[in-house]
Design a protein around this ligand. Sequence first.
Ligand SMILES: O=C(O)CCC(=O)C(=O)O
Length: 247
Amino acid sequence: MTDINRAEYEQKGYLTGIALVSPQEATHIRDQFDALEASVGRETARIGLVDYHCKYEFLWNLVNHPKVIDTVQTLLGEDVLLLATHFFCKYGQEERFVAWHQDVTYWGLEPPKALTIWYAIDASDVENGCMRVIPGTHSRGIREHGKSDQAGNLLSINQEVPTTAEENASAVNLVLKAGEFSIHDGALIHGSLPNRSNRRRCGLTMRFVATSVGQTDATRQSDRWHPVLFSGEDREHHFDLQPKPCF
Ligand SMILES: O=C(O)CCC(=O)C(=O)O
């Protein structure tokens, strides 16, 4: 039985502080990520690790954790695609940040509906630049994004959405222990500040859509997504699905 509060998620656009694995398991997962990071180097690990759930069994198992399945099905229904996974690592004392943005503005989805589970590989707090969200902004429409005028934005095309002073004042820090996760709606305004600590802050994002969500023509042509059927059945066939990895 799920303990995910769908009504609260729909009202605020996010949920946070949800325990996924025990502290011992979280350490084991972090150790395996450390080995992956060591093999690719920090430059790649920062934002270059996309869809590694297809290559590493520990990531595939994490994405398919029963609680992740339960959470996603509670919020999106039975028929769901795993659109992508993506690590966001900010290393200590770097001016790297993530500007305020709404994910679905540049994902090319029709309708633009998605959710992200953000799993804390490392403890994530105010000092090391945890995720921040502006509650309720997912129901205020999709806004036109501009470019950030600050150097160090980790977003691919330096996008940034304008926010009001009142919205900025209402921002919430999503402080997580390693092994916990938050969830955010693809239209929720979110971002993160630079890591001012000497600790790494690494999160694994898992992006999900219902199978009823399709692609805009531009995304179809760019072959940008390589989704896997996550649960249920794909009756709509909007994407060319990847086979599930076998380990
Ligand atoms: O990890 C971060 O700081 C930002 C992550 C993010 O923007 C996202 O999950 O869409």
